[in-house]
Write a protein that binds this ligand. Structure first.
Ligand code: G3P
Ligand code: CA
Length: 261
């Protein structure tokens, strides 16, 4: 049940050192010798898959409003680097297509997290996976994840032979969020993971206890913890048996893992 799991994954590209979900972040991770990156993909109003984390434009661009209500042409006019640092001024929000070109050029593996506006869960997965499948055939270097079960069900239908995992954390909804807020795994997590044929659980580090990490690993699934940016936490999680670390500062995790025996 467990395809190859990368040890270290640059989170949102390499979010401590370059604006998140940008091509510059992907290059930064590759320049550091990091072999895998994670990024978030969502749809614009006109259904173009772009790299973007939030529902709204304000935090990481000079735009305003909902991503899902803004066309790609309008998003392309925005500036997505100054909020992070003057040296990144002028950076644009990338399309998935542009990001894939960089991944291939830099030989990076990808954990693609599908995000979507409410009601777009199926469409987002369909469009994103359709675009990805046209150019990506290396099943060893891809993992599709989402908080959303509808997106994961669509991924099961469209890409059953691609490694897939669910994200369990504070973006969950309903009973899953209730459990997360108590620091617990959702009661039916394994049942859902069986149904969706998932080989990994991306787990907020708040939920990483020895018991809960063990509960997941006993089912043969990998535990991929996020977002891990300091050495002490790397060591604690590694001692629990966590398989993989999403990090904004993947160089720190790399150093931490090297020193642990
Ligand atoms: O996939 C792990 C992690 O990226 C999920 O959290 O909010 O950074 O997308 P977030
Ligand atoms: Ca993410």
């Amino acid at each position: 049940m467990s395809p190859k799991i990368p040890r270290i994954i640059g989170h949102r590209g390499c979010a401590a050192y370059a604006p998140e979900n940008t091509l510059e972040g992907l290059h930064t991770a590759a320049d550091m010798g990091i072999e895998w990156v994670e990024f978030d993909v969502t749809l614009t109003k006109d259904q173009i898959p772009i790299l973007f984390h939030d529902d709204t434009l304000e935090r990481t661009t000079n735009g305003h409003g909902l991503v899902a209500e803004t066309t790609y042409e309008d998003i392309r006019q925005l500036e997505a680097g100054s909020w992070f640092g003057d040296s990144f001024a002028g950076i644009k929000v990338p399309t998935l297509e542009e990001a894939i070109d960089v991944l291939i050029e830099r030989d990076l593996g990808l954990n693609l997290e599908i995000k979507s506006a409410p009601g777009q869960e199926k469409a987002a997965a369909e469009i994103i996976l359709d675009e990805l499948s046209k150019v990506w055939d290396d099943h060893e270097r891809i993992r599709i994840t989402s908080y959303n079960h509808v997106s994961l069900e669509t991924a099961l239908d469209m890409a059953s032979d691609w490694p897939r995992g669910v994200v369990i954390g504070y973006h969950c909804t309903g009973k899953w969020l209730e459990a997360v807020e108590k620091g617990k795994l959702p009661e039916d997590w394994a049942e859902i993971a069986d149904y969706l044929q998932l080989s990994s659980i991306s787990l907020d580090f708040d939920l990483c206890t020895p018991e809960q990490v063990n509960e997941i690993k006993e089912t043969g699934r990998a535990v991929m913890a996020y977002t891990i940016n300091d050495l002490d936490r790397v060591r604690i999680l590694q001692s629990m048996g966590v398989d993989s670390f999403f990090s904004d500062a993947p160089d720190v995790v790399k150093d931490g893992l090297l020193t642990v025996h």
